[in-house]
Design a protein around this ligand. Structure first.
Ligand code: GSH
Length: 122
């Protein structure tokens, strides 16, 4: 897997989740001001909307939307899954609530980054 991310952006939630489950992955930093990767690739050639996070799977398919990626990562290794395997007692929250919770987690880094950008957090 390969995670396209930007420091301080909402990709941080997926980055943390990948490390938490111990998934092997490469990471590629994206300069969102210029939409280029560290090696100079035009990021719009990789992600037509130019957003991070983007997760490229080993089959080459590319996926976006932090909340969806978080659920994918949680299921990479069900024994490590922070939300437990689907259908198990470790995943006790009903699906609609789980979705809302995952979306809140995905949103949190974006809120923090906005506070820093506004100078409200050192
Ligand atoms: N709905 C997307 C939104 C992703 C998003 O807004 N990413 C921001 C960083 S937090 C971005 O890449 N912005 C690039 C841009 O505005 O060009 C998700 O939840 O993953």
């Amino acid at each position: 897997m390969k995670l396209y991310y930007a420091p301080g952006a909402c990709s941080l939630a997926v980055h943390i989740a990948l490390r938490e489950v111990g998934a092997p992955f490469d990471s590629v930093a994206v300069d969102l001001a210029r939409h280029v990767t560290a090696d100079g690739t035009n990021y719009f050639d990789i992600s037509p909307r130019g957003y991070v996070p983007l997760l490229q799977l080993d089959d080459g398919s590319r996926h976006t939307e932090a909340a969806s990626l978080l659920k994918y990562v949680a299921d990479v290794d069900p024994t490590q899954a922070p939300i437990g395997p689907a259908g198990s007692a470790r995943r006790p929250i009903s699906s609609p609530n789980l979705q809302a919770h995952v979306e809140r987690v995905a949103q949190r880094p974006r809120e923090q980054a906005a506070l820093v950008a506004e100078g409200r957090v050192p």
